[in-house]
Design a protein around this ligand. Structure first.
Ligand SMILES: C[S@@+](CC[C@H](N)C(=O)[O-])C[C@H]1O[C@@H](n2cnc3c(N)ncnc32)[C@H](O)[C@@H]1O
Length: 280
């Protein structure tokens, strides 16, 4: 299950964005995010894929117009995952006896597998922003060598969340060094309701780096966070470092895994600070 603390940089959400929350949205048909068809930029991306046997994952799949399109185009190895049981029961019925698609009811962050392509469509924005470091870490893990993460990210903020917005600079900081940015640009052919408000991206996994997520205890303000990040960023081999908005997780991208003792030493000036790796 995803974490229940929904503090984030923009708002404090009233309900935890957990399985019950998402299932209730499907039960009450409150699915305002559903475009009713595949988003044109994702359709174009799928049209550019040559290997019909690529292992493709769609996390937070919803009604998964992407999978319907992939099947129509002859793709043979599609996995879709969503946390909402009401939705997944319908998907199981819809795709019954189709060997080309695997349907999983579960939490993306607990999913194990290896994929050549992962498609992002309003899943990232559905997660509370404090999970963004975890998202990057998990995507890097799930991608095979040279694997591609591609899809759409909002390039705007929202008054009511979810969805949680963002912007190009923020995404660049988050994914830097863990991925090669093949494309990150304003989508020109968005569906009408999202025109000029989203970015199309295509990121290739950087195989040459280690991407590690750590739990962190003891930070309560952004000043202390900046101080800790600055120290870690200065370590030899560190290529990118960022902290979750609730100060509880640190993502480190480095040439080689940084020995834990070295990290512990560098934050030991404050005895409240505790850093521990999260196991994959
Ligand atoms: C905003 S909806 C988008 C659905 C679909 N991608 C679309 O664009 O129509 C977010 C989806 O993510 C699912 N979800 C949220 N947290 C999840 C998690 N941790 N693991 C798997 N699915 C999750 C929700 O149930 C919901 O279907």
């Amino acid at each position: 299950m995803i974490a229940n603390k929904e503090q984030c940089c923009t708002v404090s959400c009233e309900s935890p964005l957990d399985q019950n929350y998402w299932d209730a949205q499907y039960k009450s048909k409150a699915t305002g995010w559903d475009l009713g068809e595949i988003a044109p930029p994702i359709k174009n991306f799928i049209d550019s894929l040559e290997n019909k046997n690529s292992r493709i994952l769609i996390p937070g799949c919803g009604n998964t117009y992407e999978a319907i399109y992939l099947l129509a185009k002859g793709f043979t190895n599609i996995t879709i995952i969503d946390i909402a049981p009401t939705l997944v029961a319908l998907l199981q019925e819809k795709f019954a006896n189709n060997a080309n698609i695997k349907i999983i009811l579960g939490d993306f962050f607990e999913h194990k597998g290896e994929y050549d392509v992962i498609i992002e469509q309003t899943f990232f924005c559905a997660l509370p922003p404090f999970m963004r470091q975890k998202y990057v870490w998990k995507m890097h893990q799930l991608l095979a060598r040279n694997g591609i993460l591609a899809g759409l990210l909002f390039n705007r903020d929202f008054d009511v969340n979810p969805p949680f917005g963002g912007n190009q600079k923020e995404y660049e900081m988050l994914f830097k060094a863990g991925f090669h940015f093949e494309k990150l640009e304003v989508a020109l052919d968005s569906a009408a309701p999202r025109k000029d408000t989203e970015l199309f991206f295509e990121f290739q996994k950087n195989n040459a780096v280690t991407v590690q997520l750590y739990t962190f205890e003891g930070i309560t303000c952004s000043g202390c966070m900046e101080n800790v990040l600055y120290k870690i960023a200065a370590l030899s081999g560190v290529l990118n470092v960022s902290m979750s908005t609730n100060f509880e997780e640190i993502l480190i991208v480095s040439q080689e895994e940084i020995p834990l003792q070295q990290l512990q030493k560098i934050v030991s000036h404050d005895e409240k600070y505790k850093i521990q790796p999260i196991k994959a």
